[in-house]
Design a protein around this ligand. Structure first.
Ligand SMILES: NC(=O)c1ccc[n+]([C@@H]2O[C@H](COP(=O)([O-])OP(=O)(O)OC[C@H]3O[C@@H](n4cnc5c(N)ncnc54)[C@H](O)[C@@H]3O)[C@@H](O)[C@H]2O)c1
Length: 448
């Protein structure tokens, strides 16, 4: 068994870096864990009672470890921690490139490369550098080059350790992962990282592979998950036309043990910061390596998702006779405050463009941040409760599966007479909507 690293650093205090390091610190009290970010506001929030990330169970874990062996530090104040670190995780964003070669598809590695330069300047001795961010396959090569070109005497081993947590269940996923994946060729470095996870993860769940397989496995896993969503959503549209019911179809399909029941819920489309960009990254890699048929196959998963969001938005806009619409749910899924790439962003934009007024409610998303992401938010307001959002509206779009939306007392919420409820998640109480005399449209269910 390799000895535990004594000191680790993570660059990037976001949705992955924050929760992952909090769990490592909580599970490994002997390891000092410093999380750096150049966003001073984010660091201040991690050091406050209002954490920048909402995840069930996260605040309790941070509360137990912060100040003991877990520190959130503004980047420039973290140079000593970097110099002393045995292991440095890179957990910064890898968004889709917006300019240059591969724009619109390839991953933008500039944040990762900035980290590599920073590490090369400040690390001392031999340091293990871990790709925690999701990377295109062979990105480690680039990191190694940047480290080597900028190093001042220090030496490095690069490992890939992609993160598989899902927002909304991040703490459970980190505490009881299906698997932890470590890719690399340096057995001692792999062993050192393995020893960290082995503190709480059963050994058979810690998988080791070559570097390139680890990088590609993360993209592949997200592509498979997104593909299931697009597959069921494609059939949701056919159900609406034929009288079949998507919930029944999904239940039957999911009983096949080769297919399994998870991730077969029809919805207004997948969102979140990862699926779209990781699929596009895969598409770009396939094109780059001369595989246009494979690229087209995965591109279709993205295209279907965009189509699903567009068709929902058009239907909601058409249903809102008085041009006033309540949007319930801005987060891309329940139990997170993250609205990156959420269906709500596209549906709200489309409703505003079609001249509707939109009043939105989400229990966790800060309305002001969502409004600023919209850009032109004229006609968009945020309510403090679902009831307040629903007053007088002619249409309702339920876009996030928060439990409170499943139990709304539709007869007494004050929507306009004749309003239509559009359930983009298949969660509303259909009997209550019908008893209230309201129109109802459920994704994947025949109209009427
Ligand atoms: N969010 C998820 O559910 C999830 C799950 C698995 C993997 N991932 C991957 O993990 C990576 C991080 O995702 P995230 O959602 O945590 O992103 P995020 O945007 O929430 O966090 C990234 C953080 O890195 C900081 N940062 C960027 N460049 C920096 C630099 N040079 N120095 C210091 N700090 C810097 C940013 O200020 C930000 O706080 C991405 O590659 C993503 O694909 C995300």
């Amino acid at each position: 068994m390799n000895p535990l690293p004594e000191k680790i650093v993570c660059i990037g205090a976001g949705y992955v870096g924050g929760p992952t390091m909090a769990v490592i610190a909580e599970r490994c009290p002997a390891v000092g864990v410093t999380v750096l970010d150049h966003d001073a506001g984010r660091i201040a929030a991690w050091n406050s009672d209002r954490l920048p990330v909402f995840e069930p169970g996260l605040a309790e874990i941070v509360g137990r470890a912060r100040g003991r062996n877990l520190w959130f530090v503004e980047q420039r104040a973290g140079l000593a921690a970097l110099a002393e670190a045995d292991v440095i995780f890179i957990s910064v964003q890898t968004p889709t490139k917006t300019e240059g070669e591969g724009a619109g598809k390839a991953s933008d590695l500039r944040y990762v490369e900035a980290c590599a330069r920073f590490i090369a300047e400040h690390a001392r001795g031999h340091t293990i550098v871990v790709e925690k961010s999701t990377m295109p396959v062979r990105a480690a090569e680039r990191i190694q080059q940047v480290l080597a070109a900028n190093a001042t005497g220090a030496t490095f081993t690069v490992l890939s350790n992609p993160e598989f947590l899902a927002e909304g269940t991040a703490i459970r996923d980190l505490l009881q992962p299906d698997r932890v994946l470590i890719g690399g060729e340096d057995a001692a470095a792999v062993g050192s990282l393995r020893s960290l996870y082995a503190t709480w993860v059963p050994p058979e769940r810690i998988l080791t592979t070559g570097l390139w397989s680890a990088e590609l496995s993360k993209l592949a896993a997200n592509a498979f998950l997104a593909q299931r969503v697009s597959s069921i959503n494609s059939l949701s549209a056919l159900c609406e036309r034929t009288g079949a019911e998507i919930g029944e179809v999904a239940a039957v399909v999911g009983t096949d043990s080769r297919i399994g029941p998870k991730f077969l819920k029809a919805s207004v489309g997948f969102g979140g910061s990862c699926f779209r960009k990781d699929l596009l990254s895969l598409v770009y890699l396939c094109e780059h390596h001369g595989l246009p048929e494979v690229a087209a196959y995965w591109q279709q998963v993205v295209d279907l998702n965009e189509w699903q969001k567009r068709r929902v938005a058009a239907e909601v806009a058409a249903a809102a006779k008085n041009r006033r619409v309540a949007v319930l749910g801005l987060a891309f899924k329940k139990d997170t405050n993250d609205f990156r790439e959420s269906a709500a962003l596209q549906v709200v934009r489309s409703l505003l463009r079609s001249g509707c007024e939109v009043v939105a409610y989400d229990p966790r998303v800060e309305g002001a941040r969502f409004a600023s992401e919209l850009g032109d938010a004229t006609g968009f307001t945020v309510a403090a409760s679902a009831r307040q959002a629903l007053a007088g509206v002619g249409a309702v779009a339920v876009l996030t599966e928060w439990e409170e939306f499943a139990t709304l007392p539709w007869a007494s919420v004050g929507v306009a007479a004749g309003a239509t409820v559009f359930d983009g998640r298949g969660i509303v109480d259909r009997a209550a909507v019908r008893q209230a005399g309201l129109g109802l449209r459920v994704i994947g269910s025949p109209a009427g």
